[in-house]
Design a binder for this molecule. Structure first.
Ligand code: FE2
Ligand code: FE2
Length: 282
């Protein structure tokens, strides 16, 4: 079954991403972008600029002196974190309580933020083993469950039935979604990413974050899938889905990681939890 018309209409009606975020997204893929160029983009958007100054001065970022200029915030945060914070605020503005997933709005949002930090840690660990993960993985991880927001907003699907089926038949939540709805929230997320003109590799990683095993894996799909598992391992965003995911050994292997790395990254992310809440204002 294809996605329902209501759902496709819903995706279609989404406002486009703010221009600042769109511009930053294109710069994320550009290895030669200068901090000055990023500063110039941000100076035109006072709301985002103010938010970034707050994030740069949060205790989590450990600035020794007060950061008052956007150029200093850019140097301190880096483009991927800037984009995560800006995108996060945008997502938050369009979110509503997602009770049917047994998650409060904050937990839902925090789940993406934690997955994003996990993606950064995974990328750093993989880099030490000679595997390169694109920087965009942090954004894909942040946004990986965006499809859930749209399902809640634009359909009247009975999510309780999905939850019940998963529990009764002992299947994963996404399997239950597929059986009852004919599609899952990852597919819906892929449609949103397309609507928002996300780069192809981000859209692909969102659309396939529950494929296990994933066909034609990339460092990006492996990182996003593992980030989701880590966010759940540290207890954020478990909700109705439950702890029904596991770290795929092959995904880890392709990234040059072993189980002790997974455990270390999980505890590293756990230790950053308060900081993540501060940075993203949740
Ligand atoms: Fe998901
Ligand atoms: Fe998730």
């Amino acid at each position: 079954m294809a996605m329902t018309k209501d759902l496709l209409d819903g995706v279609d009606q989404l406002d486009p991403l703010p221009i600042t975020i769109q511009t930053l997204l294109t710069k994320l893929g550009d290895d030669f972008v200068s901090p000055r160029e990023i500063t110039r983009v941000l100076e035109y958007d006072q709301a985002i600029a103010a938010m970034l100054l707050r994030a740069a001065n949060s205790a989590a970022m450990g600035a020794r002196v007060r950061i008052e200029r956007i150029s200093d915030a850019v140097a301190h945060l880096g483009l991927d974190r800037i984009l995560s914070v800006a995108m996060g605020a945008h997502m938050k503005s369009m979110s509503r309580p997602v009770e049917m997933y047994d998650l409060s709005e904050n937990d839902f949002w925090l789940h993406g933020a934690v997955a994003s930090v996990a993606a950064k840690e995974i990328a750093a660990a993989a880099a030490r083993r000679g595997v390169e993960v694109p920087k965009q993985a942090t954004i894909a991880a942040l946004m990986h469950d965006v499809g859930k927001l749209i399902l809640v907003r634009y359909t009247d699907v009975d999510m309780q039935a999905v939850v019940d089926l998963a529990r009764e038949d002992g299947i994963t939540f996404v399997e239950a979604e597929r059986r009852l709805l004919g599609f899952d929230h990852a597919e819906v997320g892929g449609a949103v990413a397309e609507k928002w003109n996300f780069p192809d590799d981000i859209r692909d990683a969102i659309a396939r974050h529950h494929d296990m095993p994933v066909a034609d894996p990339t460092p990006m799909t492996d990182t996003v899938t593992l980030s989701n598992v880590i966010a759940k391992t540290v207890g954020v965003g478990v909700g109705a889905e439950g702890m029904n995911l596991f770290a795929d050994r092959l995904s880890m292997k392709r990234l040059g990681l072993r189980f002790p790395d997974f455990a270390r990254i999980s505890s590293e992310v756990m230790s950053q939890l308060d900081g993540i809440k501060q940075l993203y204002g949740v």
